[in-house]
Write a new protein. Sequence first.
Length: 75
Amino acid sequence: MSSKDRDASTITVQLDGQPHEVRAGTTLAQLVHALGHEPQAISTAVNGSFVARSARDRVLGSNDVVLFFQPVVGG
Protein backbone atom coordinates (compact mmCIF):
# COMPACT_ATOMS: atom_id res chain seq x y z
CA MET A 1 0.00 0.00 0.00
CA SER A 2 1.44 3.39 -0.95
CA SER A 3 1.62 6.21 1.58
CA LYS A 4 -1.08 8.00 -0.44
CA ASP A 5 -3.40 4.97 -0.07
CA ARG A 6 -2.55 4.68 3.64
CA ASP A 7 -3.27 8.39 4.18
CA ALA A 8 -6.63 8.08 2.41
CA SER A 9 -7.62 5.09 4.53
CA THR A 10 -6.85 6.61 7.93
CA ILE A 11 -8.09 9.62 9.84
CA THR A 12 -6.83 11.32 12.97
CA VAL A 13 -9.07 11.84 15.98
CA GLN A 14 -8.16 13.45 19.28
CA LEU A 15 -8.36 10.67 21.89
CA ASP A 16 -8.16 11.90 25.48
CA GLY A 17 -6.23 14.94 24.27
CA GLN A 18 -3.76 13.10 22.02
CA PRO A 19 -3.83 12.55 18.24
CA HIS A 20 -4.75 8.96 17.41
CA GLU A 21 -4.96 7.44 13.92
CA VAL A 22 -7.83 5.09 13.08
CA ARG A 23 -9.02 3.53 9.85
CA ALA A 24 -11.58 5.60 7.99
CA GLY A 25 -15.04 4.23 8.78
CA THR A 26 -14.13 3.19 12.35
CA THR A 27 -17.03 3.38 14.77
CA LEU A 28 -16.75 4.48 18.37
CA ALA A 29 -17.59 0.91 19.45
CA GLN A 30 -14.74 -0.46 17.33
CA LEU A 31 -12.31 2.03 18.87
CA VAL A 32 -13.40 1.07 22.40
CA HIS A 33 -12.86 -2.60 21.52
CA ALA A 34 -9.54 -2.03 19.71
CA LEU A 35 -8.11 -0.31 22.77
CA GLY A 36 -9.07 -3.27 24.98
CA HIS A 37 -11.78 -1.59 27.02
CA GLU A 38 -14.84 -3.43 28.27
CA PRO A 39 -17.82 -1.51 26.82
CA GLN A 40 -19.58 -1.38 30.19
CA ALA A 41 -16.45 -0.20 32.03
CA ILE A 42 -16.18 3.22 30.40
CA SER A 43 -18.33 6.09 29.29
CA THR A 44 -17.69 7.95 26.06
CA ALA A 45 -18.16 11.39 24.57
CA VAL A 46 -17.54 12.74 21.09
CA ASN A 47 -17.11 16.45 20.45
CA GLY A 48 -18.32 17.26 23.96
CA SER A 49 -21.52 15.19 23.78
CA PHE A 50 -22.09 12.04 25.82
CA VAL A 51 -22.50 8.93 23.64
CA ALA A 52 -24.58 6.12 25.14
CA ARG A 53 -23.35 2.54 24.68
CA SER A 54 -26.30 1.87 22.39
CA ALA A 55 -25.21 4.74 20.10
CA ARG A 56 -21.54 3.77 19.74
CA ASP A 57 -22.14 2.56 16.19
CA ARG A 58 -21.45 6.18 15.25
CA VAL A 59 -18.69 6.46 12.62
CA LEU A 60 -15.84 8.70 13.73
CA GLY A 61 -14.82 11.63 11.56
CA SER A 62 -11.49 13.32 11.05
CA ASN A 63 -10.65 15.64 13.96
CA ASP A 64 -13.45 14.30 16.19
CA VAL A 65 -12.60 14.79 19.86
CA VAL A 66 -13.13 11.49 21.69
CA LEU A 67 -13.10 11.13 25.47
CA PHE A 68 -13.18 7.94 27.53
CA PHE A 69 -14.02 8.32 31.21
CA GLN A 70 -15.09 6.26 34.18
CA PRO A 71 -18.85 6.22 34.74
CA VAL A 72 -19.79 7.98 37.96
CA VAL A 73 -22.39 6.45 40.23
CA GLY A 74 -23.53 8.19 43.34
CA GLY A 75 -26.38 9.69 45.15
